[in-house]
Design a protein around this ligand. Sequence first.
Ligand SMILES: Nc1nc2c(ncn2[C@@H]2O[C@H](COP(=O)(O)OP(=O)(O)OP(=O)(O)O)[C@@H](O)[C@H]2O)c(=O)[nH]1
Ligand SMILES: [Mg+2]
Length: 335
Amino acid sequence: MFNLLKKKFKQIFSKTKKELEKQTKEKEKEIREEIKEKPEKKQRLLTKLKKLATTTKLREENFDKFFSDLEIILIENNVALEAIAFLKQKLKKDIIGKEIKRKNIEDEIKKSLQEAINELLIEPFDLVSKIKEKVKEEKPYTIVFFGINGGGKTTTIAKLCWLLKKQGLSCVLAASDTFRAAGIEQLEKHGSKLGVKIIKHKYGADPAAVAYDAIAHAKAQGIDCVLIDTAGRIHVKADLMREMEKIVRVAKPDLKIFVGEAIVGNDVIDQAKAFQKAIGIDAIILSKADIDEKGGAMISVSYITNKPIIFLGIGQEYNKLKKFDKKELIKSILS
Ligand SMILES: Nc1nc2c(ncn2[C@@H]2O[C@H](COP(=O)(O)OP(=O)(O)OP(=O)(O)O)[C@@H](O)[C@H]2O)c(=O)[nH]1
Ligand SMILES: [Mg+2]
């Protein structure tokens, strides 16, 4: 994953290294000339020269050149502008004026960038432990999933249900996408494959009522989790938000998860922001990470919403839901 990005990063690190080497050579020349002109200062200047042989310092102008190259790469790879501004400010503080061993220039810059991205990403929580913790006291643990259409909600619910079952947690699925008849059928197919019950009403019914019934069923049967599937629309629209608000009001979920496609880059960030504003989100799942080559959405969405990415969808099969790992992402773009 992200091989192109990795290659581009390498190029700018080595460009900055070359520039610093050039700058050091010029400085050395200046000092040698000064020694000739002011022999009385020779000792002090020789010490300076010795230091220069092993260390260098990044000046503001080096940083600006480096960052303008970096900025282009980040924009090309769908990293949101707010996230780029954060990285700039963080890196600037970290590397300008820092004394670096000449042989370590590339590693030092890379390390600073890794640290900056690490700070940008919010640490994910462990969903399974969270659920287990609650159901010890009270069942069910209710999760609502939302996002625009085709974003991967229904598939993600099926994958998560598979994962929870493997962890010994029982589930019921709520077909609160009553907007599309095929949406109910799609969830039913998953339900029968997974061997879990789905609660459904008719096409066009009130999605909040479906969610309510699913929760009542879980309470009555002692089921651990209720996973509520919702409808998407082509765009984020007011009627969709009203529908989601009502589901949230009625279901009082423990968790509201935004599901979006990693591949649409900045669009997914705008969608997440819209849902965040209208109903509040607690966590993010990015689907289709298996076909995302840019990584920008992964880098910026949690910074922009201040909520963690907890899973990545990495394929269509049930076992293709992967816990999001900050270190692994950073490694895959910057190792
Ligand atoms: N490659 C890949 N495809 C995925 C992934 N997640 C979902 N898909 C595919 O994306 C398409 C849309 O997924 P759905 O789960 O139906 O999306 P949705 O958000 O429920 O869509 P609506 O019900 O229309 O709002 C399906 O063909 C899925 O198989 C993923 O992680 N990787
Ligand atoms: Mg769906």
